[in-house]
Design a protein around this ligand. Structure first.
Ligand code: GLU
Length: 300
């Protein structure tokens, strides 16, 4: 059987301005599409109603165009898999929640993130999620009769000790162990919003994405997501995780690096990088721009 046509995606979350780190990832995603002669989808991951803003989405679209990116489907131009805003795809996500509930893969949980963080006794790497204590898991079957996910965090019961390995098209073979590298993870939030892990899997599948290109901070998430693909009986896409862009203190770029936002560079009347691939070629893209210096201490 011939391989399906390559479909990639860029999936910004409109909670702030795009920065050089996003640019590096999205340019890589576009380069992979070009190399494969495929299509690029723009999907807006605006699930969090309190943090996401339409104005950030509009700014992101402008910035992406300024960078020289082109997509053939997206919220601004439509396409066969519309809508391309996750906030408009609630019914689809709910149908996936139902499937997982019916198959007994998930359970409702009243523990907050803070409870879980307080219970975790091992120190964690930068950004690593604390492991949900297994003794807090309810008996199998809990929640199968729930008519709606609202009012609880719903967690995926991970198969403790199971090794999840996958090929990353940049990094080679990667392996994580469920229950060790990550624990039961949230797939639906108590404010009745689908969580990232569920929404991204549901949409990459629905939109026929063949390769996911994203930052390597999401490698562990890929292992979680592979469990969801398996639970749902879906074939996973290929994976390509890009290096994280760090500032000169070794910190990941974040919203606080305002001077490195693409919007800032644009409104300073700096031209887009002559060769937008500068973000990919230059190991320190921050040096490519005036105003790229920051002394912000790394908050871990
Ligand atoms: N919306 C996610 C982010 O901005 C994208 C994650 C992904 O590409 O899977 O980090």
């Amino acid at each position: 059987m011939p391989a399906p046509p390559y479909r990639g995606r860029i999936a910004p979350t409109p909670t702030g301005e795009l920065h050089a780190g996003h640019a590096a990832t999205f340019l890589r995603a576009a380069a992979r599409v070009r190399e494969a002669g495929g299509e690029l989808v723009l999907r807006i991951e605006d699930l969090d109603p309190l943090r996401c803003k339409r104005s950030y989405e509009a700014a992101a679209i402008e910035d992406l165009r300024w960078l020289g990116l082109h997509w053939s489907e997206g919220p601004d131009i439509g396409g066969p898999f519309a809508p391309y805003r996750q906030s408009e795809r609630h019914a689809w996500f709910l149908s996936i929640w139902r499937q997982l509930r019916d198959k007994g893969f998930i359970y409702p949980c009243q523990r907050s993130r803070r409870d879980v963080a307080a219970a975790a006794n091992a120190p964690h790497e930068e950004d690593a999620e604390p492991i949900f204590p297994v003794q807090w898991r309810p008996p199998v079957g809990t929640g199968v009769d729930a008519p709606t996910p609202a009012g609880a965090n719903w967690r995926f019961r991970v198969p403790d000790g199971e090794r999840i390995s996958f090929i990353d098209n940049r990094l080679g073979q990667k392996e994580f162990t469920a229950g060790v590298d990550f624990g039961d993870f949230v797939i639906w939030r108590r404010d009745n919003v689908p969580a990232y892990e569920l929404a991204v899997v549901a949409d990459d599948h629905a939109m026929n994405i063949t390769e996911v290109v994203r930052g390597e901070d999401l490698l562990v998430s890929t292992a979680r997501q592979l469990l969801l693909y398996k639970a749902l009986g879906w074939l996973p896409p290929a994976w390509f995780h890009t290096p994280l862009v760090r500032d000169e203190n070794g910190c990941r770029l974040a919203k606080r690096h305002a001077a490195l936002s693409l919007r800032h560079l644009r409104t300073q009347n700096l031209p887009p990088p002559e060769d937008p691939m500068v973000f990919l070629k230059n190991p320190s893209p921050l040096q490519s721009f005036q105003g790229g210096q920051t002394q912000t201490p790394c908050i871990k």
